[in-house]
Design a binder for this molecule. Sequence first.
Ligand SMILES: Nc1nc2c(ncn2[C@@H]2O[C@H](COP(=O)(O)OP(=O)(O)OP(=O)(O)O)[C@@H](O)[C@H]2O)c(=O)[nH]1
Ligand SMILES: [Mg+2]
Length: 243
Amino acid sequence: MYNEALNIEHALAAAVEALTKYADDYEIVIVDDASTDDSPALVARAAAENPRIKMIRHAKNRKLGGTLRTGFAAATKDVVLYMDADLPFDPDVLGRALRAMHVTGADLIAGYRLDRTMEGWRRAIYSYFYNGLIGMLFGWPHRDINFSFKLMKREVLEAIELRSEGSLIDAELIVKAKNRGFAIQQIGLDYFPRIRGTSHLSSPSVIFKILAELVRLYPEMRARNPQTPAPPAPRPMKDLKEA
Ligand SMILES: Nc1nc2c(ncn2[C@@H]2O[C@H](COP(=O)(O)OP(=O)(O)OP(=O)(O)O)[C@@H](O)[C@H]2O)c(=O)[nH]1
Ligand SMILES: [Mg+2]
């Protein structure tokens, strides 16, 4: 979360609603990336009312990769979902994604945006080339690398070391998980572009940082290291809910 005072309370309420419906036990970890608006105070208020909500605050702005790594390190449950704070999808899709994990036995379910027309052609073109570039470099075609819906078993996060500070983090996660032999499936999701607050992560400096980190991390992202056995037979839905 970065300066999301206009979105965060509603995003939290929608997440709590979905988690209550689909999980017996849950936690919500919000990483505040040194926001300068009221959003940390709003999260603190929600956390005082619901002890399952935790907030971790960065003293300095670290961008997406550093922030996700803080959040992943703090997550304690068996299944972890990461989501942007501007509510780009309805958290109720968690039910479908858990179901997809159960039915396919995948270790990671990645969401892709079914329709992006509202975002404008410039961003659609950037994404098209970025998805193509990652596919070409690592041999893993993936439809929507940077979409913020990734549901994964905690084994995935325990097995790989993520090092991006910027927005390369999504590609690093997908590529390293695949290289370790984890099974990934994709599901199409309704995407709701931001209508409140300010966009921060689609600037030229963010894209430049992705390319710089790609050069730095390319060798380790190329290393195939399948130490993971074939995915186990799917667990009953009931177990996932209890997890
Ligand atoms: N950690 C971190 N997160 C940020 C920063 N800027 C934005 N974010 C968060 O990252 C997520 C995505 O940022 P957005 O600005 O929505 O980027 P986007 O989804 O590519 O673009 P729009 O939705 O069109 O604004 C949101 O949860 C933001 O709060 C930042 O500097 N650091
Ligand atoms: Mg957004």
